[in-house]
Design a protein around this ligand. Structure first.
Ligand code: E4P
Length: 226
């Protein structure tokens, strides 16, 4: 399963890419607005940090299919390879998805809240669908269950569209989505840290250090192998 970072904050992207096996970055207009900076420069900087091989998903703000395609062309010029245009699932968005795919652009259909939205997005040719887990959970609609059914439908109909689950607020949601077989999640940097946190890990490391010190003092493994 792939992990992407759901932020446009350059420091956070740098840190996550330094430490974690990150497959790419996702943004949306809210996430970008938080940075309150030159949009074009921000995209260049994100690409510079993550390198050419990682995915960069950037959302359109246009509502009409032709305008969405124009934004895809403009964004592609800035973002380069491994670019996916995030298009919210509307009628115009579905039309735009087919147009973008015709031109060879990657498309992630976003703001997915139902199984049928995902199926139609897939039939329109989307490379990814992005169901919103926490926003579904907040209206007692079981985000994980929605993803589970999308996974089953895609398997049942041999659909190649991938699932990029989004909108997470805790580790439990990420883990349960992982267990559905969804191929990818995008999480904010804090969740990355929480995914690897367990107090017993730190107790174990403390014990290892104490036991070692009783025999070898402050010498490190490398010191003893010289
Ligand atoms: C990412 O693709 C989505 O836009 C994002 O995860 C939504 O997250 P939120 O529900 O925390 O705003």
């Amino acid at each position: 399963m792939l992990y992407l970072i759901d932020t446009a904050n350059l420091e956070a992207i740098k840190k996550c890419c330094e430490y974690y096996p990150v497959a790419g970055v996702t943004t949306n207009p809210t996430i970008v607005s938080k940075e309150n900076t030159d949009f074009k420069k921000l995209l260049y900087s994100i690409r510079e940090i993550i390198g050419a091989d990682k995915m960069l998903h950037v959302q359109t703000t246009a509502m009409e299919a032709g305008e969405i395609l124009n934004e895809a062309i403009a964004l592609k010029n800035v973002v380069g390879d491994n670019f996916y245009l995030k298009i919210p699932i509307t009628k115009e968005g579905i039309k735009a998805t087919a147009m973008c795919k015709d031109k060879g652009f990657g498309v992630t259909m976003t703001a997915i809240f139902t199984q049928q939205q995902a199926l139609i997005a897939a039939n329109a040719g989307a490379d990814f669908v992005a169901p919103y887990i926490n926003r579904l959970d907040n209206i007692v609609s079981d985000g994980v269950h929605v993803v589970e059914e999308i996974v089953n439908m895609f398997n049942m109909y041999d659909i190649k569209t991938k699932i990029l689950a989004a909108s997470f607020k805790n580790v439990e949601q990420v883990h349960k989505v992982a267990m559905t077989g969804a191929g990818a999640v995008t999480v904010n940097p804090d969740i990355f840290d929480m995914l690897i946190y367990h107090p017993l890990t730190y107790y174990a490391i403390d014990d290892f250090c104490k036991d070692w010190e009783t025999v070898y003092g402050d010498k490190l493994v490398a010191d003893l192998l010289k």
